[in-house]
Design a protein around this ligand. Structure first.
Ligand SMILES: C[S@@+](CC[C@H](N)C(=O)[O-])C[C@H]1O[C@@H](n2cnc3c(N)ncnc32)[C@H](O)[C@@H]1O
Length: 317
């Protein structure tokens, strides 16, 4: 089974879930659009706890995709800084003619230890929107690999989504079709949790990612922060921003964002078509899509929590 859309790329973070192949213009457009919106919601590319990079700084973006974040940051820093984008697939990498001289791209899966020549090289390592439903153990493994990339004193920043919610823009709306899509993602959550019962080696569900709903948000935050601390980081902190933070009705962000995310979820469900016992057929999905878009036309919208975790590698150790 191969995953083919931008959203399901996040699912590919899990070692046991499929890898994506290929890329297309609409995927690129939606990632770039998502970048612009996210940057406005958060209000930063680098968390304010991270000191402004020096003119000789080296910055890595892991799971870089189209490198929207990395290229934006490169534009805002001196051209003497060096930028590296890592990804498991080159399909999103910008064409060579569109790459500034100080930006390079490398293939790497963050679950696999990085080559030793990459260790201790980077002032900042950033990760954004790479997970759909990641267990604590997998999260810790990725963070452990990323920490090794940092120079002493360097910072890790991980931005991801959790806590999808559906809301009515006006009274009396049906949200059933949108809800059916979100609930349909359960097989991906169970898979991440290590089996049908949602119990895996971590004895709990996924702790970070787009499909994750924190049962107890303060505990979930503490778990994620503890993973950073256990991997040797200090000054660990998680912020959370709602996608609703930006109030610019003229941009129709609620509607556009909800269409984007439902498109993305429907793409993930498309991966279940033909999977025995899934209950998903192309006809069911097509009919559901029509209902979903009608609900959004009527004013149903979503929110997500965008969490930003930061932590610093100590100068010593
Ligand atoms: C939704 S895109 C986000 C791209 C970019 N970070 C952004 O915020 O625009 C997720 C990206 O993570 C990459 N990815 C998924 N699992 C990965 C892994 N284990 N190691 C490295 N990259 C991974 C995918 O190939 C994809 O390009």
């Amino acid at each position: 089974m191969q995953v083919k859309n931008a959203c399901a790329r996040r699912a590919s973070l899990q070692p046991r879930t499929p890898r994506i192949v290929g890329n297309n213009n609409s995927t690129t457009t939606s990632l770039d659009e998502q970048h612009a919106i996210t940057t406005q919601i958060l209000g930063f590319l680098l968390h304010p706890f991270i000191p402004p990079p020096s003119p000789t700084a080296k910055i890595a973006d892991v799971g870089t995709g189209t490198a929207a974040w990395l290229l934006d940051l490169a534009r805002s820093l001196p051209p003497t800084c060096q930028f590296t984008g890592f990804d498991v697939t080159p399909s999103g990498f910008p064409h060579e003619s569109a790459r500034p001289k100080n930006v390079t791209f490398k293939l790497h899966d963050m679950f696999v230890p990085f080559p030793e020549e990459e260790h201790g090289n980077y002032d900042v390592v950033a990760v954004r929107f790479v997970s759909s439903a990641t267990r604590r153990g997998d999260f810790a493994r990725a963070v452990g690999n990323l920490v090794k990339l940092l120079k002493p004193g360097g910072w890790l920043q991980w931005i991801d989504s959790v806590n999808f919610g559906l809301y009515c823009g006006v009274a009396g709306l049906s949200r059933e079709a949108c809800q059916e899509v979100y609930e349909g993602l359960e097989p991906f959550r169970s898979q991440a949790a290590g089996g049908e019962n949602g119990k895996g080696e971590d004895d709990g569900g996924p702790v970070i990612g787009l499909f994750v709903r924190d049962a107890w948000p303060s505990k979930a935050r503490a778990v994620r922060e503890r993973v950073f601390q256990e991997q040797g980081l200090v000054d660990v902190h998680e912020d959370v921003f709602s996608t609703d933070r930006l109030q610019k009705p003229e941009l129709r962000l609620r509607e556009k964002g909800t269409r984007n995310i439902m498109d993305c979820f429907l793409g993930c469900l498309g991966e279940l078509v033909g999977v025995e016992g899934s209950g998903w057929t192309k006809e069911r999905l097509d009919a559901l899509r029509v209902k979903v878009m009608r609900e959004i036309d009527g004013g149903v919208y979503h929110t997500l929590d965008q969490v930003c975790l930061v932590g610093r590698r100590p100068e010593q150790g």
